[in-house]
Design a protein around this ligand. Structure first.
Ligand SMILES: NC(=O)c1ccc[n+]([C@@H]2O[C@H](COP(=O)([O-])OP(=O)(O)OC[C@H]3O[C@@H](n4cnc5c(N)ncnc54)[C@H](O)[C@@H]3O)[C@@H](O)[C@H]2O)c1
Length: 405
């Protein structure tokens, strides 16, 4: 018997199943092909002699960025841009609409500090050590690359010296080649243990050239000298910011600086360690104030050094008590022997910045401390989830590691 028109042949369920499977396999293959193609297209990774460039462009949401016309948009290099201050400066310049290239060797900086910009068309991150020359085209250079806290810069004093001397020479050489303006992140440490108080920019300082801090203090002093030699001899436009103690989110939790030590100790319910009697004074500025000052200085016509800091002076003991009360726990205060060459008094005279830049700190100390405490709590949570509990470091180091590079 033959089947009539319209009658259907008996269906083979096995064949149907295979057909459906084939269909799914085609869809999956297309999907897989698309993912592979997109990944290769989006992640460009290449390396050249001396440094490696990473650039990602995953579609992600970035913080809001102003639009600047070609004429107003600058190509800005930030050395040390993945560090504490550098990453906040990166945020400001990116949000202002500039093209920012961050150069960092990640000695104390972290990719995490700038990861929210990775892939943005105005942003580039270069893993590079400033001790090696760098060849790029830029209009402005913020030269921040240098370890900044005593345990970090004493860890490898020779490297600290190289970074501040050879690294600064390289950046000045770059500025000269491409006609860029360079701002040096100098430090109040150029005043050493000061004999005048408060310190104004005309004071030449009181530095022990062979003490444990000399690699940093003298490194920054010679970096300033280099800036002015390049300005006078080669006509390079330079700006020098003498930065006083700064704090805020993304500062290193266990770098041995007063604010980070106290907050970490208070949050972990440990005694707050005060070196000496605690009567030595410090003045702390919040990081957003510093960043505003750096940008104003860069875009000003002041080529001589300018102090950027908060003149509100407190004893270390007052800081310990304030942080203890803001964190709200019962930590004790423990007194330890005084650190060598620890300056007794430090307070910036900021009249020059006020008069010539119209700049002064605006963030109240308690507000800044509260924000920093919140950041440290989140970091502790994050690290606890990753099984890592940081310990505050001593403000001085007895032994450096015998590592020279
Ligand atoms: N934070 C302060 O209180 C303070 C005070 C005075 C001066 N400063 C100056 O400001 C700058 C930034 O300080 P910070 O507190 O952000 O410190 P930080 O350690 O967080 O940042 C320094 C950055 O420089 C990078 N770096 C170090 N050596 C490098 C090298 N050879 N090549 C490339 N990158 C290198 C580090 O990896 C890090 O990302 C430093 O120059 C410091 O001397 C800071």
């Amino acid at each position: 018997m033959t089947a009539g028109i319209g009658s259907s042949a008996p269906r083979d369920p096995e064949k149907d199943k295979r057909k459906r499977m084939d269909g799914w396999m085609v869809i999956l293959n297309i999907l897989w092909f698309f993912i592979v193609w997109k990944t290769i297209n989006d992640q460009k990774m290449f390396s050249t002699k001396g440094f490696c460039v990473l650039s990602y462009s995953f579609s992600q949401k970035y913080p809001p960025v102003k639009f600047l016309s070609e004429k107003d948009r600058k190509r800005i290099l930030i050395t040390g841009g993945a560090g504490f201050v550098g990453s906040h400066l990166t945020d400001k310049l990116m949000m202002d609409g500039h093209e920012v290239t961050v150069v960092d060797n990640f000695f104390t900086g972290r990719k995490r500090n700038v990861e929210h910009w990775i892939g943005h068309e105005n942003f580039e991150l270069i893993n590079h050590d400033v001790v090696e020359p760098l060849y790029i085209e830029v209009d402005q250079i913020y030269h921040l690359a240098s370890p900044a806290s005593p345990p970090n810069y004493m860890y490898n004093p020779i490297k600290t010296l190289k970074t501040n001397t050879i690294g600064t020479l390289n950046m000045l050489g770059l500025a000269k080649r491409v006609g860029a303006r360079l701002l040096l992140a100098s430090t109040s440490e150029v005043y050493g243990d000061p004999e005048v108080h408060p310190q104004n920019e005309d004071y030449w300082g009181h530095v022990n050239p062979i003490g444990p801090r000399a690699c940093y203090d003298e490194g920054k002093r010679v970096a300033e000298t280099m800036c002015y030699a390049y300005m006078k001899q080669e006509g390079v436009e330079v700006r020098v910011a003498r930065i006083f103690n700064t704090f805020g989110s993304r500062m290193h939790m266990n770098d041995g600086r007063v604010v980070s030590n106290f907050i970490l100790q208070a949050l972990q319910g440990e005694p707050l360690t005060v070196y000496g009697t605690g009567s030595q004074t410090r003045a702390f500025q919040y990081v957003s104030d510093l960043v505003n000052g750096l940008v104003l200085l860069m875009n000003s016509n002041i080529s001589s050094p300018v102090n950027l800091g908060n003149p509100e002076e407190h004893t270390i003991l007052e800081f310990a008590r304030l942080i203890k009360s803001l964190v709200g726990n019962r930590s004790q205060i423990q007194f330890l022997p005084e650190a060598q060459d620890d300056p007794q008094r430090r307070r910036p005279d900021i009249r020059k910045a006020k008069m010539m830049l119209g700049w002064e700190p605006v963030v109240p100390l308690e507000e800044g401390l509260n924000k920093t405490i919140q950041y440290f709590s989140r970091e502790l949570e994050h690290q606890a989830n990753n099984q890592y509990i940081p310990k505050p470091k001593a403000a001085r180091m007895k032994k450096g590691r015998p590592r020279h590079n």
